[in-house]
Design a binder for this molecule. Sequence first.
Ligand SMILES: N[C@@H](CCC(=O)N[C@@H](CS)C(=O)NCC(=O)O)C(=O)O
Length: 221
Amino acid sequence: MSIPELELISHHLCPYVQRAVITLLEKEIPHQRTYIDLANKPEWFQQISPLGQVPLLKVEGEVLFESAVICEYLDEITLGSLHPADPLIKAKHRAWIEFGSSILNTIAGFYNAPTEAVFEQKRYELINKFTWLDRHWQGSPYFAGETFSLVDAVYGPIFRYFDGFEAIADFNFFADTARIRAWRQTLSVRPSIQNAVTQDYPQLLLNFFKRRDSYLMRLQH
Ligand SMILES: N[C@@H](CCC(=O)N[C@@H](CS)C(=O)NCC(=O)O)C(=O)O
């Protein structure tokens, strides 16, 4: 299969960008990465991004947006697949990928929560979502069993946030979800997941949290 020239328009902290990077690394796809400042979006970016969001994948003059679409495209232009072949199982994988996006929205609500009440509500929502996931667990060590799939590429960046939260305080998110704890550990040592961010990611994330007048930051000593 011949791979077209690819450029991923990225941001250093974006978990949706990380999904695409993990897919590129898993499938060993040559590409170029361009990082932009989302607080000061370049004019050229605004001209090509329908939602003003990263990631974008430039494919020889064409532009793809939406991380799930980008990951599936990257998967399809290379040999082997990070999606199951069975249509029903594949549909379920796509659903848990969507669920991952909803977890990311709750995570944003958690680190932006202005008051203890909102913070606790978001913490509870996150625990509840991971309990759902734990109950629908497919296999070990990865989501689908022995092989890494696009669902894993989505949850690696999700779990990375919790390393940042735990550097601030212990919130016991995974106390009752042992399978999710084990999955988190498995994903944390996967090279594609480790290499989907730059080495300064923990500091960049902390700086990002610090720019917020949030309850989370008031817990930091
Ligand atoms: N549904 C999109 C979400 C992408 C997204 O939310 N990107 C954020 C950064 S993590 C963004 O570009 N935000 C800039 C903005 O909304 O102005 C996807 O899956 O690609």
